[in-house]
Design a protein around this ligand. Structure first.
Ligand SMILES: C[C@](O)(C(=O)O)[C@H](CC(=O)O)C(=O)O
Ligand SMILES: [Mg+2]
Length: 307
């Protein structure tokens, strides 16, 4: 079970904690490395590697079909493409506590700053859908303890998500959150709360017990949570705000519109104005840097090719 903790991940985990100490963080979801580069370029300080996003990018629904190997590989592709810290969605941790330990090692080695683990029973589903089930609190606490123990880097950030609101009610979600904090969670993510009031109540109840763990709000679309702004979440006591599938939904809709235009008109000419140009794409991918590196490695001092 020995996976090397890469230096980049260690630095990023620390950076993530430093950022969070200073400000509320918006975490847009990336579903591939290119989106991650866009998120970074747009000036966001951190990003979220969405399970729904990774699954959809592989043509799969978000029902626990993604393997740990795939999630680690996809997230490593993302962390290699950007310098900002990334938090990965680990779903239910990919198994019982011992499997969760391996999950942490793999994700640390993938250069991630932290991960989110949820208390759903397998097969898990999107937290905003009906028919979810949660595991007993002790089982989830065991997974969190395993995750916290398995860290090679004490800064690797562990977010415990509870899906209990929809099944056992808000009070139970608060009770679980306290237990998850005691088990070693660094932050709490109450999934699928249904109003600003619920967010406030949850935060207040947790704070009353002295709980200082930062809280995560999931501002996904077409779900149970009303559309609140980052400023509103902040006011309600939430310091991390996820927009997990927003980019994927926008991009997918744009592709559909393009395909329908292409089908009806037999040309993409009418869409050029709305496209990412070749220049913009190459710029994002740092094409010019690669050309420069190539010139450097292939040239001698007098300018002759060195082949
Ligand atoms: C946050 C989430 O876990 C994700 O995988 O991105 C999903 C998002 C979604 O399906 O809208 C979730 O379960 O909320
Ligand atoms: Mg998910």
């Amino acid at each position: 079970m020995k996976a090397m903790r890469d230096e980049r991940g260690t630095r990023r985990a620390r950076r993530f904690r430093e950022l969070l100490d200073k400000q509320t963080l918006i975490l847009p979801g990336a579903f591939n490395a290119l989106t991650a580069m866009q998120i970074e370029r747009a000036g966001f300080h951190a990003l979220y590697v969405s399970g729904a996003g990774m699954s959809a990018a592989r043509g799969l629904p978000d029902i626990g079909l993604l393997s740990l190997t795939e999630a680690a590989y996809d997230s490593a592709t993302i962390t290699k493409a950007v310098a900002i810290p990334a938090i990965v969605d680990a779903d239910t941790g990919f198994g019982p506590p011992l499997a969760v330990m391996r999950t942490v090692k793999e994700f640390e080695a993938a250069g991630l700053a932290g991960m989110q683990i949820e208390d759903q029973e397998m097969p898990k589903k999107c937290g905003h859908l009906p028919g979810k089930r949660v595991v007993p609190t002790d089982d989830m606490a065991g997974k969190i303890r395993a995750a916290a123990d398995a860290r090679q880097d004490p800064d690797f950030f562990i977010i415990a998500r509870t899906d209990a609101r929809a099944i056992e009610g808000l009070e139970s979600a608060v009770r679980r959150a306290r237990i998850y904090i005691d088990a070693g969670a660094d932050a709490i993510f109450p999934e699928a709360l249904e109003s600003a009031d619920e967010f406030r109540t949850f935060a207040r109840h947790l704070a009353k017990e002295g709980g200082k763990a930062p809280l995560v709000a999931n501002m996904t679309e077409f779900g149970k949570t009303p559309y609140l702004s980052v400023a509103e979440f902040e006011e309600l006591g939430y310091r991390l705000v996820l927009f997990p599938v927003t980019a994927l939904r926008m991009a997918t809709q744009a592709v559909d519109e393009m395909l329908s235009e292409l089908k009806t008109r037999g040309s993409q000419r009418g869409l050029l104005e709305r496209m990412y140009t070749r220049t913009k794409l190459y710029d994002l991918l740092r094409y010019a840097d690669y050309e420069q590196w190539d010139r450097r490695v292939h040239s001698t001092e007098d300018g002759h090719a060195n082949r």
